[in-house]
Each structure stands twice: as C-alpha cells, then as structure tokens.
Design a protein around this ligand. Structure first.
Ligand code: GLN
Ligand code: ZN
Length: 761
C-alpha cells in the first residue's frame, strides 16, 4: 500500500515565501533571492515528506502565487490585455507577466487589471480565474512542473508531479465571447496538455496526479462527454502514463461511473467528506485500477480517529487487497497550517486533539504501520480520542440543554414585518432614503498601534479604553457633521470581525502560527472552535452604549453572525457544523438582548459568509440554507418589534438564494451592488422582496471618491426596482481599509445624493 500526499502547504512554516515575494515586489530583493528561498522551501517539503516515509511525494504543488495561474502561464492562457506587456518582457523566465496577471500592472505606462479572483470550491483559498478567448493560441512555456520534477530529482527525490486536470482547468475559467465553445476550447488545450505530460514522462516521471475536483460537483452531460473525450485522447497518446486521477471536497455520487470509466491507473477519493462512497467504489472498481483512500482530513486541524479510518481501510483491503490501495490525506494540505510543534502556547489538553500538515503526514504513515501490527500507535490515538469525547473543556451540559429547548417561537419575531416597520418608522423618525454605513471606519496606523500596544502590554487597559473612546467620539461627531441618519461606533476595537468575538467566547482557542494561504501572499489565521460555545459576558455593549450616549441619532449595534463566525473558523468535527452554528447563534442572541436592554434601537448582525457556505452539490443547498437562516433568526429574534434588525452581505449573488434571504426576515439588509451597477438588486425586485434594502452605492475597495451624480443615478435605478420607503443609502461594505479624507468626501457626496433623490421623488 503506497502512501500518497496530494499536496503540501507552500507559504513556508514561518511565511518565508510571503515575505520573499513581498520583498521582491517592493524591489528589496533580487529575483535570484526569491528563487533561492523558493528552492529551499520546496526542498524542505520534499525531504520532510521523504523522511516521513511518504511514497508519492507531490511536486509542482509549490507556487509563487497560485497553481491555477501557474497552469495559465504554462499553457499560454494569457488574456489579450497582457500581450503588449508580454512583448516588453520577452525573457520568459521573467516573472513580471506572472505577477502582473496576479496583481494587475500599473507601471511604465501600462494600466492592466489583474485576473479575477474567486474561491476555490468551498475553501477559503482564492484562485485566479483563467480567461479563455478564441484568439488565444496555446503552447508550452517553460513548464514549471517539469523544472520542479527535475529539481527534486537532482536532490535525489522522485516526485509525483501535480497538475490541474484539463477539465477542471477549463471549468475553473471563463470563456470570453460567444465564438468559442467548451469543446472547441478543449480541442485547443488538449494537444498542449499531452505535450506537457509527455515532457514530464521524458523527464522520468512515473505517477502524475491530475486534479479533477469538478468530479464532485453536478456536471452536465456535455461536460461528462468532454471528460471522456479528454482522458481517452490522453491515454491514446500516452499509453504508458500512470495517471492518478484525484478528486476531493466531496463524493463522486452520480459521477462515479464516469470517474471509473476514465482511463486512469488510479483514482483518489475523499473519504472524510464522503466516507459513504467507499462501498460503491469498491464494488464498481475495474480490476486494473488502484484506489487512493483519502482518510486523513486535509481541511481541518483535528487529529485523525485511527479506529474509524482503519475500519474503512480494512474494508477496502478485504475487498481488493493491499496492493491495489493507496493511502493518504483527503486533499492537498494547502488548507491547514504547517506544524503543531510550533504552537507552544496552546492549552496542552486541546493541543493533543490537533494535527497540522506535518502531523497529518505522520498520521498517514502511522495508519500503515498499525496495519502491519504496530498497536502502540493505535492505543495512544484511542486515548486522545476518548479524552476528547468526554472532556469537560468541550462539553457544557447547560449549552446542550439550552439548544435542545429551542422552540419555533425562539426563531420568530413577535409580529410580521409590516407591523414592525410601522412601529420602527414611528420611533426612529428617519427620512425617506435614510443614510448609514456598514460598520467599520478607517483603521488608521494609530488605531492598529493601540491594539498592538495593548497586546504587548506597553499601554494599560485604561489608556487603551480611553484612546478607543476618543476615536469613537471623533467618529460620532464626524458622522453627525456629515448628516448621516443612522450612525455606527466604527469598530476600532476589532482586529477582525470573527476573531474579536471568538476571543470573548468560551469554546474558542487561537494559534500563534496557524497561518493558511488565502490568496497570493495573503494568509489568514482562523480561530479554532473546539468546544461548546458560550458567552460568559457582554462583548460589545460597553462600546455601543458609550457611542449611543454621545448622540441623539440611533447608533447601530454591530455583531458578526453565527454562520460567518462558523465559516471563517476551524470548526470542531465531533458534531454537525450546524449544531455549532446554533450554539454561536445563542451566544449572539444573548448579546443582541443585552444591546437592546442597554437602549440600542438598531442592531446589525453581519452575515457576509452566508453564501460561501453553500454546499457544492445543488441537492444539498436548500437544507444548508434553511439551517443557516434558522441560526440567523435564532440570533436576532429575541428583540421587540420596535428594535430594528439589520444584516449585511457582500461578495454574493442573490438570484438563487433570494427566498432564503427573505426568510431571514431582517428588517433591513445592506448589500454590495455598486460594482454590478445595481444588477444584483434585480433578484430582490423580481422576488418582490418585502423588507427594507440598502443597495451599496459605492465601491469601498478603492480610494476613488464617487461623485454625487453617479450615486444619485444608482439610487434612481434602485427606486425603479424597490418601493421607495424600503430603500436605504449606504456604501457597499465597511470602510476599514480606507483613509479618512477620501471616506469623508465620499460620504458627504453620498448624503448629498440621498438628499437630492428625496427631493426628486
Ligand atoms: N461590519 C463589518 C465592517 O464594516 C462588515 C464587514 C464585511 O462585510 N465583511 O467592516
Ligand atoms: Zn461587506
């Protein structure tokens, strides 16, 4: 039984690659230095995996920015707007074009926008979206996968090159224009793919991993046909190639037959997300095919439950024998941090339940050793598992009991929306087209310094509190001067909208170095939810009531919703995710109640990540949405009819989820719409969305100050789509990444636009 790792983190255990790339961009280090660091990181990974005893060691899982972008460069999938730049930098090993496609290029008289970025399936990793068009001619460009294979070989390590498979590459991109069909595109790409695979083979590669995660999604019959065509063509051209067709993030389900029919020597399946698929696959596996069992979770930071994994592996052995099996992690380890050994500050009890990339590799080889009779490893693991099952750190009977006692009434506002709306209007006395912002105001260097100083202990809690109060006071006055109707306190006390709450809730812990690549050189350090969640004491009430005490205008209480907290954390795997979401909802509910009791009349519960939690398979989406909506409603439905509940969402399309958005029954929802020129609002109009809506009137991602007229035009457009009394006026999202001068100018224009529209309608 060979051991197989589909991919390893690449940013560096101390984020060395992040630093090297950023220094290179800043002109502080040479290309040689960047390459040297890269080579060192690759070598560390390869030797680490070799020492651990892994048979199929990945190469080409390394990337300066993104593996999908690497593939674009290798095959020559370059959008035409980069052509002139490409000619300027004729030297193909020059990374200027590569980084320009990743980050855009505004130098030397060029102004070229980057490739679009989007989430890689349901992960928090963002890839660069390939742009295909009919004019492109594809050919091989210094394939990095070949170079890296050879580089490893020169270190004495025979690796398994990892490539995105042709269909997943094609499906991850966008075809521009109507004059290129999917099958025409594939026809153009295939010969280059074959050439690439041939050069890998020539370089001495035996196993080649082709990632086809799209096989766990709903596929049209056209795409299924293309899969057949692509893989048959490859097999005919290169009959001796050993392809390890790799799937992850879900089960093959209705694509099982397809996946098995594709001519590949081995198939990798994700048995963490979809253990139930093992039986079907074992029964249907053709005799000449190998099966790679992904039993160690590549998406989470928990220790593997050996007993459970062994059950799956033994079942497979009994059916097809050890020789036809490979054993590995469910997917690339890109999505977990490097090394638990670096976490010296974690509570030892919690730490013993965890495993990062290095530990997960050891788990794969440990499972193999146990199968050949090494029982001590199993005994240790069972001890950790049972300690976790019964730990009082995790299990809080009062939380479980409270959750069991939830009734439908707890998830329902007292009255229906029209009644609440009337009441709220008479109390809040807001004008038509009321103006507000989404919550955060500029996080200046001084504000960041304050939080850092408090953490380091160089300022006292009192100084910190006084300085934050000062920032809030100033912000309230600025908003009053601007003439905004519903104010916010500015979120200066928050480093991050999830971490801030996690730090104050029981059941959460934080790592020191648990970085995971989010995109390019950007890494995130997700909080860890290890146990039952409970709120020991109010989290935001002090700041919100202070802000409210400064003004007669309403100040919005500002909270992060349960689904977003869930989505942006590493979540415990010993209970269904949605159960954890419901516990989070109860904690937020307590905060909502306390805010209301403190006299806060408008409370916003942000759910920007609600949409990204959507399951990959359409059939599972409504169940998810129903539960997500229920969690939101549980969090907010404790308030009186007169208290106005807001929610906020960005990065979302609404067409396919609008009925669920409506079911959230927030009194007001603010959404990102300006970049689509209110197009996203059409879903609300078509659905006749009954509650109030604040379609963002300006993009907050750039320092550009929007003019009055353009925002006015957007509001007029909104007025054709929604009932007038339902429309709010606000930016697309929070303003924390902006600077004060542009923020004040933009908001002043926004308020003027709202005033003009009030007069015009
Ligand atoms: N209230 C948050 C802010 O303004 C919302 C952030 C978000 O939507 N991602 O920063
Ligand atoms: Zn937002």
């Amino acid at each position: 039984m060979l051991t197989n790792i589909p991919g390893y983190p690449r940013i560096g255990s101390q984020r060395e690659l992040k630093k090297a790339c950023e220094n290179y961009w800043a002109g502080k280090i040479s290309l040689e230095r960047l390459e040297l660091t890269s080579r060192q990181l690759r070598k560390e990974n390869w030797t680490g995996l070799q020492t651990a005893g892994i048979d199929l060691i990945p190469s080409n899982d390394f990337s300066w920015y993104d593996q999908v972008l690497d593939m674009c460069i290798t095959l020559g999938v370059i959008p035409s707007r980069f052509k002139a730049l490409q000619q300027t930098f004729a030297n193909p090993s020059c990374p200027e074009l590569y980084f320009a496609m990743a980050r855009g290029y505004q130098k030397n008289n060029f102004d070229i926008t980057a490739l679009e970025m989007t989430k890689w399936f349901d992960t928090n990793y963002h890839y660069l979206v390939p742009e295909f068009d009919a004019t492109q001619e594809y050919s091989l460009h210094q394939p990095k996968c070949v170079a890296e294979f050879k580089e490893a070989l020169s270190e004495g390590i025979h690796t398994k090159p990892v490539l995105i498979g042709p269909l997943s590459f094609l499906l991850s991109g966008k075809i521009k224009g109507d004059d290129l069909s999917m099958s025409q595109l594939l026809e153009k790409l295939l010969p280059v793919y074959i050439q690439l695979l041939a050069s890998l083979q020539q370089a001495g590669a035996t196993w080649i991993q082709l990632d086809e995660p799209f096989l766990v999604t709903d596929l049209t019959s056209e795409v299924k046909e293309l899969y057949h065509h692509a893989y048959t063509t490859i097999a005919q051209a290169l009959p001796s190639l050993k392809i390890l067709l790799t799937t992850y993030f879900g089960g093959l389900e209705d694509n099982t037959t397809l996946a098995l029919e594709l001519p590949a020597q081995a198939l990798h399946i994700d048995l963490v997300r979809a253990p139930e698929q093992l039986d079907t696959l074992l029964a249907a596996l053709p005799e000449d095919k190998l099966l790679s069992l992904g039993v160690v979770d590549g998406r989470n930071i928990w220790k593997n439950d050996y007993a459970a994994s062994l059950q799956l592996i033994r079942k497979a052995i009994a059916k097809i024998g050890e020789d036809r099996l490979l054993l590995g992690t469910s997917c690339s380890l890109l999505h977990v941090p490097y090394n638990l050994e670096d976490e010296t500050a974690l509570d030892p009890e919690i730490r013993q339940w965890m495993a990062f990339a290095k530990q997960k590799v050891a788990e794969v080889t440990a499972l193999k050793r146990i199968l050949s009779g090494d029982d001590t490893l199993l005994i240790d693991n069972e001890a950790a598992m049972s300690a976790r099952k019964t730990s009082i750190r995790i299990h809080r009977p009062d939380v479980k009991k409270r959750l069991k006692g939830i009734t439908t009434a707890d998830t329902q506002r007292h009255s229906i929306f029209p009644h609440r709306q009337k009441l709220q209007h008479s109390i809040l006395q807001l004008p038509l087209f009321p103006t507000t912002t989404i919550g955060s105001f500029p996080q200046t260097t001084e504000i960041r310094q304050l939080r850092a100083d408090l953490k380091k202990g160089t300022i006292t809690e009192e100084t910190y509190q006084a300085d934050i109060r000062h920032a809030i006071t100033e912000t309230i006055y600025r908003q009053e001067n601007l003439g905004l109707d519903v104010l916010v306190h500015g979120e200066f006390e928050r480093n991050d909208m999830v971490e801030y709450f996690g730090e104050q809730l029981d059941g959460f812990t934080f790592t020191q170095n648990g970085w995971v690549q989010s995109y390019g050189t950007r890494c995130v350090k997700p909080p860890v939810i290890f146990g039952d969640v409970q709120r020991p004491k109010p989290m935001t009430v002090g700041w919100s009531s202070f802000a409210q005490s400064l003004t007669s205008k309403p100040v919005k209480g500002m909270l992060t919703g349960p689904v977003t907290i869930l989505q942006w954390s590493f979540v415990r795997n010993d209970q269904p995710r949605m159960q954890t979401a419901m516990q989070l909802a109860l904690a937020i509910r307590d905060e909502v109640k306390d805010l209301e009791d403190a006299g806060i009349t408008v409370i916003q519960v942000d759910e920007p990540a609600l949409r990204e939690g959507l399951p990959l398979r359409k059939a599972q989406r409504s169940a998810y949405l129903e539960q997500a909506v229920k969690a939101f409603r549980l969090a907010v439905s404790t308030v009186d009819d007169a208290t106005q509940i807001h929610t906020h969402m960005c990065y979302a399309e609404f067409n396919d989820i609008i009925e669920h958005i409506a079911a959230m029954d927030a009194d007001v929802i603010t959404i990102e719409t300006s970049r689509s020129q209110m197009e996203l609002l059409e879903a609300f109009a078509n659905f006749r969305y009954p509650n109030e809506t604040g379609p963002g009137v300006y993009d907050i991602h750039s320092p550009r100050v929007p003019g009055v007229a353009e925002m006015e035009a957007l509001l007029h457009k909104a007025a054709t789509l929604l009932p007038l009394r339902n429309i709010w006026v606000n930016p697309d999202c929070g303003l924390k990444t902006r600077k004060w001068p542009e923020t004040e100018l933009a908001l002043r224009n926004m308020v003027t636009a709202a005033k003009n529209v009030r007069l015009a309608v």
